[in-house]
Design a protein around this ligand. Structure first.
Ligand SMILES: *[C@@H]1O[C@H](CO)[C@@H](O)[C@H](O)[C@H]1NC(C)=O
Ligand SMILES: *[C@@H]1O[C@H](CO)[C@@H](O)[C@H](O)[C@H]1NC(C)=O
Ligand SMILES: *[C@@H]1O[C@H](CO)[C@@H](O)[C@H](O)[C@H]1NC(C)=O
Ligand SMILES: *[C@@H]1O[C@H](CO)[C@@H](O)[C@H](O)[C@H]1NC(C)=O
Ligand SMILES: *[C@@H]1O[C@H](CO)[C@@H](O)[C@H](O)[C@H]1NC(C)=O
Ligand SMILES: *[C@@H]1O[C@H](CO)[C@@H](O)[C@H](O)[C@H]1NC(C)=O
Ligand SMILES: *[C@@H]1O[C@H](CO)[C@@H](O)[C@H](O)[C@H]1NC(C)=O
Ligand SMILES: *[C@@H]1O[C@H](CO)[C@@H](O)[C@H](O)[C@H]1NC(C)=O
Length: 406
C-alpha cells in the first residue's frame, strides 16, 4: 500500500509544486548562443551576457503557450562556456546534437573566464542529457578556435562549415584570421576533411547557411574581408555551394532591395522560401553594433527573388545574434541583442508564416504528426532512466489543462 499511497500523493500535490519550480526557471538574458530544434524541443546552448555561459535550455513545443510565459526547461550544462558557434542535429538518430567550433571558455567565477580551445566538437545526447567530446579522425588543427560560423548537415550526416574567423583572447591585441575554406565532418565515421577554396571565394563570417533539398547551401549576408578591413556581403549576389559537386556559384538575386547585414537568422520553408529576420550593421572601426534590423525578408530559392511581405501583429523588436527555428507554421525567435545598448535579451517572439502575423500564443496546430511528437517527448514506459522519467512527468504536468490559462 505504501508505494501506491506515495504515487497518489504525488499526483495530487505534485503538479502544482513542480509547475511552480519550472515557472521560476527562466534563463537570464543572452546573445550569441547556438540553437537546434530536436523534435518538439527548441534547444539553446551557451550564449553570452557579460561573460559566456555553459547553460543549456529548451522550450517545450509540445503544448500551447503564451510567449510571455514560455515553457522553459534547463538541461545538463556544457563542459565549456560557449558562444558564436554552431550546432547540427544528427539525421541518423534525430536526437544527438553536434556543436562545432565557437568560442569555448572555462568559467572561473561569476565574472571571470578564459578562452580555452580544448575540443572543436562537442556531442550532446538529448535523450540521456549526456555531453561527450568525440574523437575526430584527420582533424585539421587550423580549425581550432574557428567561430562566427553556421554549419549545415546533409541527410547522410555530413556537416559542412564555411569560413569563419579565429579569435584568440589576448590582453593586448586580439588576433583575427579569416578563412574561406570548407571543412566537413562526417558524423557516421567522425572523419574531418578540409577543402581549400579559390581566392575568389571571399572570407565570410556572421552569415546564415541554409541547405536546400537539392544539396545547395545558400549563404546569406555576413561579412567578408581581412582583419578590421571588412565589408558586408552584398545580399543581391548570393553565394551558393553545391555539396554534390563541391563547386561555388553566385546567384544574382532580383526583387526587393534588402540591406546587407550580419548575425540575422534564417529558416527554410517547405516551399523553398528562406525567411530572414533581423541582423545588424557594425561599426567598421570599433566593430560594435551600429544598427539592428527588425525586418522580415523572403528569398524565393526557385526564382531567386527577394520580397518583403506585409506583416501584421505586434512586431518583435530589432534582434541580432539571436536564434530562430521553424516549427510547423511558426518561426520562433529567441534571445539576442536589440541595440548597441541592449546587448542581451531573453524573450520569445513567434511569427505565423502562413499569413506573416506576429502572434502572442503558440497554438499547436491541429494537424500534428503523432510520430514526430513521440520522438522527442520520449515514451515514459520505455524511459528507465530516472532523469528522463522526471522530464516526462514535467511535460505531462505542463499539459494539465488550465495550468497556463490561470
Ligand atoms: C499573454 O500574457 C500576457 C501577460 O500576462 C497577457 O497580457 C496577454 O493577454 C496574454 N495573451 C493571450 C493571448 O492570452
Ligand atoms: C529522422 O527525421 C527524419 C525527418 O523527420 C525522418 O525522415 C527520419 O526517418 C528520422 N529518423 C529516425 C531514425 O528517427
Ligand atoms: C587545414 O586547413 C587550412 C586552412 O584552410 C588549409 O590551408 C590546410 O591545407 C588544411 N590542411 C589539410 C591537411 O587539409
Ligand atoms: C590587416 O590586413 C592588411 C591587408 O591584408 C595587412 O596589411 C595588415 O597588416 C593587417 N593588419 C593586422 C593588424 O593584421
Ligand atoms: C563601412 O564600410 C562600408 C563598406 O566598405 C562603407 O560603405 C561604409 O561607408 C563604411 N562606414 C563607415 C562608417 O566607415
Ligand atoms: C502589401 O499591402 C499593400 C497595400 O495593402 C499592397 O499594395 C501590396 O501589394 C502588398 N504587398 C504584398 C507583398 O502582399
Ligand atoms: C493568421 O492565421 C492564423 C491561423 O494560422 C489566424 O488565427 C489569424 O487570425 C490570421 N491572422 C490574420 C491577421 O489574418
Ligand atoms: C511506447 O510504449 C508502449 C508500451 O511499452 C509500446 O507499445 C509503444 O510501441 C511505445 N511507443 C514508442 C513510440 O516507442
Amino acid at each position: 500500500m505504501k508505494p501506491l499511497y506515495y504515487i497518489l500523493f504525488f499526483v495530487i500535490f505534485g503538479p502544482r509544486y513542480i509547475f511552480f519550480i519550472i515557472c521560476q526557471n527562466v534563463p537570464s538574458p543572452r546573445s550569441q548562443q547556438t540553437s537546434s530544434l530536436v523534435g518538439t524541443r527548441f534547444y539553446f546552448f551557451g550564449g553570452s551576457s557579460k561573460i559566456p555561459t555553459n547553460e543549456v535550455w529548451y522550450i517545450d513545443l509540445s503544448n500551447s503557450f503564451n510567449i510571455s510565459t514560455p515553457p522553459w526547461h534547463s538541461d545538463v550544462v556544457m563542459p565549456v562556456g560557449y558562444g558564436l558557434g554552431t550546432s547540427c542535429l544528427s539525421p541518423i538518430d534525430n536526437s544527438s546534437v553536434f556543436l562545432v567550433g565557437g568560442r569555448t571558455s572555462i568559467i572561473t567565477s561569476a565574472t571571470t573566464f578564459y578562452y580555452a580551445y580544448i575540443s572543436s566538437v562537442y556531442k550532446f545526447n538529448s535523450k540521456t542529457s549526456q555531453w561527450t567530446t568525440p574523437t575526430i579522425n584527420n582533424f585539421n588543427s587550423s580549425f581550432t578556435s574557428r567561430n562566427e560560423i553556421q554549419a549545415v548537415i546533409d541527410n547522410n550526416g555530413k556537416i559542412f562549415i564555411f569560413g569563419g574567423n579565429d579569435y584568440f583572447d589576448s590582453t593586448t591585441t586580439p588576433i583575427f584570421n579569416y578563412y574561406n575554406d570548407i571543412n566537413t565532418l562526417d558524423i557516421t565515421t567522425m572523419t574531418w576533411s578540409t577543402q581549400t577554396q579559390p581566392q575568389s571565394v571571399f572570407s565570410f563570417y556572421g552569415y546564415t547557411a541554409t541547405l536546400l533539398p537539392n544539396g545547395l547551401i545558400v549563404y546569406i549576408g555576413g561579412t567578408r574581408g581581412s582583419n578590421i578591413s571588412t565589408s558586408s556581403d552584398n545580399i543581391v549576389q548570393i553565394q551558393v555551394f553545391d555539396t554534390k559537386s563541391y563547386t561555388w556559384s553566385t546567384k544574382p538575386v532580383s526583387g526587393s532591395t534588402i540591406t546587407s547585414r550580419r548575425y540575422h537568422s534564417a529558416v527554410l520553408t517547405q516551399d523553398g522560401n528562406i525567411i530572414i529576420y533581423g541582423g545588424a550593421i557594425h561599426n567598421n572601426i570599433s566593430g560594435g553594433i551600429a544598427y539592428v534590423f527588425s525586418d522580415i525578408a523572403v528569398l524565393n530559392t526557385n526564382s531567386w527573388v527577394w520580397s518583403v511581405p506585409n506583416v501584421s501583429g505586434t512586431s518583435a523588436p530589432p534582434l541580432t545574434q539571436h536564434s530562430a527555428a521553424l516549427y510547423k507554421n511558426y518561426m520562433i525567435l529567441a534571445f539576442g541583442a536589440s541595440s548597441a545598448s541592449i546587448l542581451y535579451t531573453n524573450n520569445i517572439y513567434i511569427l505565423d508564416i502562413k499569413n506573416y502575423t506576429w502572434v502572442t500564443t503558440f497554438n499547436i496546430p491541429t494537424t500534428t504528426n503523432p510520430a514526430r511528437q513521440t520522438q522527442s517527448n520520449g515514451n515514459s514506459s520505455t524511459d528507465h532512466d530516472s532523469s528522463n522519467l522526471y522530464i516526462g512527468i514535467g511535460i505531462e504536468i505542463i499539459a494539465t489543462p488550465g495550468t497556463f490559462n490561470t
